[in-house]
Each structure stands twice: as structure tokens, then as C-alpha cells.
Design a protein around this ligand. Structure first.
Ligand SMILES: [Zn+2]
Length: 250
């Protein structure tokens, strides 16, 4: 039996039993397994990992473990400064775009409200989620660790919180997005961007009393839905303001 010394950093420790967290520990293994398989055997999804150092040298997922190796494993974290080192991702993401699994519909709507590209469908099967995440360069958000272990998924994040509001704050903090909030710029129903339109353009689409009361309208370029600042807007604005205030404090 061989032994490697593993140490996991930052929130990767969430996946480990408490006795192994935030410290180096011996991990016995047979043969010469790929480091990726060993990491996942410790219950850490590979999609959570952005950098592996073996004996201080950046390694790929397919690197083989040898007896006595010291392995340091770092999380996917846009804000973590590991620039000079080789990241494991083949292509950096140009912007933070999400794909949410079927259980995270409320989180998807909240992220859209804040202006973040968040694809979601309540009928997406696991295979479709995997394909969409890969082809569209999206970060898969899910609470299903099994889904994140699929090798086709390049970027994924396991959402820890269970309450929708806490989940929003978690994602903002995790991906350092507080400064990128752009509320009411995206359709909460379909995720497409909203465009300012004149009152005359929406004459046929909104009730007369709405036309009488409001002058500013946006229309979704995807589903055609028209938005205006009615009572619903006030409630959403309160939500946005409170999230921003809380996110800045955390
Ligand atoms: Zn829409």
C-alpha cells in the first residue's frame, strides 16, 4: 500500500469529514491512480477543483500518484489569486454564466433579477445539463454532488445553502459578483436581456390603466414580455436593495 499526503484548501474542506479538514493527512492508495480519481474518492467533485500541486508543481487531473507525493488541492475561485500558476481549466470563462439544475428555480429567477445570465429549465435531464454547461461555457449550479462528478462537466459549483435568499448571497460571494449586479436588465421568466421600449411600442401589449400610470417600459428580447414599474417592481426593488446591502457586509 502506498501513501500520499493530501491537503485541501478553503471551501473544498466542506466535502471532507471534519477530521481531515484544513490540514495535511495521509491517504493510502494502491497502484498509480489518477489524482482526479483519488480526489473524487475523497468525495470532492473535480468541478470544484481549479489547481492541483503535486510536490509543489502544477499537475493535471490525469497525473498519476506515487508513493510519498504531497498533493495540494485548491478550489475554483475567480477571486483567488493563482494567476502565475497553471489552472486546470482549458478555457477561461469570459463572463460568469450559470446553468441551474431543476431544484434551483428560485435561485435562477433571483440571479436573473440581479442581471446574471442564468439558464434554467424545469425539465432539463442530467445529460442535457451536462451538454449545455459544456457547450455554452456555463458554470453548473447544483446541490447534487453526483452530477458534479460527471467528467464532461468542466465548471460546476455545489450550492451549500438551502434557503433561496442565502443561496443568492452565497453565489454573489463565491464568484465575487457584488460589483457586477445589474438589476432589471434580464427577463426573470426566460433569461433573455431586456430592451428599453417606448410607450407607443407597447401600446397593444399592456392594459390601458398601466399606460396611463407609467412611462418607462422594457421588453424581453426572448419571450416578448413587457415590464413596467408597478407594485411588483417595488417589492423586487426592495429585495435587490437588501441583497446588495447584505452582500456588501459579508
Ligand atoms: Zn423573456
Amino acid at each position: 500500500m502506498n501513501t500520499a499526503i493530501f491537503r485541501f484548501y478553503a471551501e473544498l474542506n466542506d466535502f471532507l469529514p471534519s477530521a481531515l479538514r484544513h490540514k495535511a493527512f495521509d491517504h493510502p492508495f494502491r497502484g498509480t491512480p489518477a489524482v482526479k480519481d483519488t480526489i473524487e474518492s475523497l468525495n470532492v467533485p473535480h468541478t470544484e477543483v481549479d489547481l492541483i500541486l503535486i510536490n509543489g508543481v502544477p499537475a493535471t487531473f490525469s497525473a498519476r500518484l506515487s508513493d510519498g507525493d504531497r498533493v495540494s488541492v485548491y478550489p475554483v475561485f475567480e477571486a483567488l489569486d493563482i494567476g502565475p500558476l497553471v489552472r486546470l481549466r482549458p478555457h477561461p470563462l469570459r463572463e460568469t454564466r450559470f446553468l441551474l439544475d431543476v431544484h434551483l428555480g428560485r435561485l435562477a429567477r433571483s440571479l436573473r433579477l440581479l442581471g446574471f445570465d442564468s439558464d434554467y429549465g424545469n425539465n432539463y435531464e442530467d445529460d442535457e445539463l451536462s451538454d449545455r454547461a459544456t457547450h455554452e461555457g456555463r458554470i453548473l449550479l447544483t446541490r447534487d454532488r453526483g452530477l458534479l462528478k460527471r467528467s464532461a462537466i468542466e465548471r460546476g459549483y455545489c450550492v451549500r445553502q438551502t434557503r433561496p435568499r442565502e443561496q443568492v448571497l452565497e453565489i454573489l460571494a463565491r464568484f465575487d459578483l457584488v460589483g457586477s449586479i445589474n438589476p432589471f436588465s434580464r427577463c426573470m421568466a426566460c433569461n433573455a436581456v431586456l430592451r428599453l421600449v417606448s410607450k407607443s411600442e407597447v401600446r397593444e401589449s399592456v392594459p390601458a390603466h398601466v399606460r396611463d400610470l407609467h412611462d418607462d417600459f422594457t421588453r424581453c428580447e426572448g419571450c416578448g414580455r413587457v415590464y413596467w414599474r408597478g407594485s411588483h417592481y417595488d417589492r423586487l426593488k426592495l429585495f435587490v436593495d437588501s441583497i446588495e446591502a447584505q452582500a456588501l457586509l459579508t
